[in-house]
Design a protein around this ligand. Structure first.
Ligand code: KIV
Length: 265
């Protein structure tokens, strides 16, 4: 049986970098199931890349459950992280427990991911871990707080904020988090936090020294020509390939070369 805590621990102890990719549906999950990628994150980034929203804030718990179930069906052998969406855990620890309970009971996600470092998140991390729910923490740019952070910008640039993030990372670890996403922070801070913890850090725009990396699938596959932040490397150019293929289909339909005899009954 797959176990995300043991899987991450094994790679972390072997100092072998952990690869995580986001995914939101069955078809892509089936493809990723046939790859060597270590783990799938059903991120609330689905608000941006699936729903076309300008932030992750509108994403609901029901939507997270719907997408996580679809991914689980496509990649039953992969470990899956499910994001807890905005306001499914910020109101109270009890509500957070209930929301995480729904994700764990209604999907076959292996853990939940929570953003931030508030006292409530620390307490919820403790309570969920005690209840048997593995918690993935998330610091740095936490998109659910985009309004209070003043936009999508690099975090931890001042000495004071770096000290605070390091302290909060340790507190999350002590509360029971088994891994930590670090998003858009200076490389030196990513390195310092990684070296100070005994749990893996998974970076996105956090430099070369974290224990692993995560990227949004549409970004790494080159499906979004207008989103090219500095941290992103595109490993394919699917937007070009998709548009060329669809145009080819269109012109063959128009020119009556598709369907040909081989495609008819
Ligand atoms: O929602 C998401 O995809 C994420 C990653 C960017 C880490 O939280």
């Amino acid at each position: 049986m797959k176990n995300i805590i043991l899987q991450f621990k094994k790679k972390y102890e072997a100092r072998s970098p952990i690869s995580v990719i986001t995914c939101y549906d069955y078809s892509f999950a089936r493809l990723f199931a046939d790859t060597n990628v270590d783990c799938i994150l059903v991120g609330d980034s689905l608000g941006n890349v699936i729903q076309g929203q300008s932030s992750t804030i509108p994403v609901t718990l029901d939507e997270m459950i719907y997408h996580t179930k679809a991914v689980n069906r496509g990649a039953p052998g992969k470990t899956v992280i499910a994001d807890m969406p905005f306001m499914s855990y910020q109101i109270s620890v009890e509500e957070g427990m209930r929301s995480a309970g729904r994700i764990m009971k209604e999907t076959t996600a292996d853990c939940v991911k929570l953003e931030g470092d508030s006292d409530l998140v620390l307490e919820l991390t403790r309570r969920l871990t005690e209840a048997g729910v593995p918690v993935f923490a998330h610091l740095g740019l936490t998109p659910q707080s985009v309004h209070t952070l003043g936009g999508h910008r690099v975090q931890g640039k001042t000495e004071e904020s770096q000290k605070r993030m390091l302290e909060k990372a340790k507190q999350l670890q002590d509360a029971g988090a088994f891994a930590l996403v670090l998003e858009m922070i200076p490389e030196s801070l990513g390195k310092e936090i990684t070296e100070s913890l005994q749990i893996p850090t998974i970076g996105i725009g956090a430099g070369r020294f974290t224990s692993g990396q995560v990227l949004v699938m549409q970004d790494l596959l080159g499906m979004n020509e207008t989103f090219r932040p500095k941290f992103l490397k595109t490993f394919a150019n699917l937007s070009e390939q998709i548009k060329t293929s669809v145009n080819l289909y269109h012109s063959e339909v128009e020119g009556r070369s598709f369907p040909s005899q081989e495609h008819t009954f």
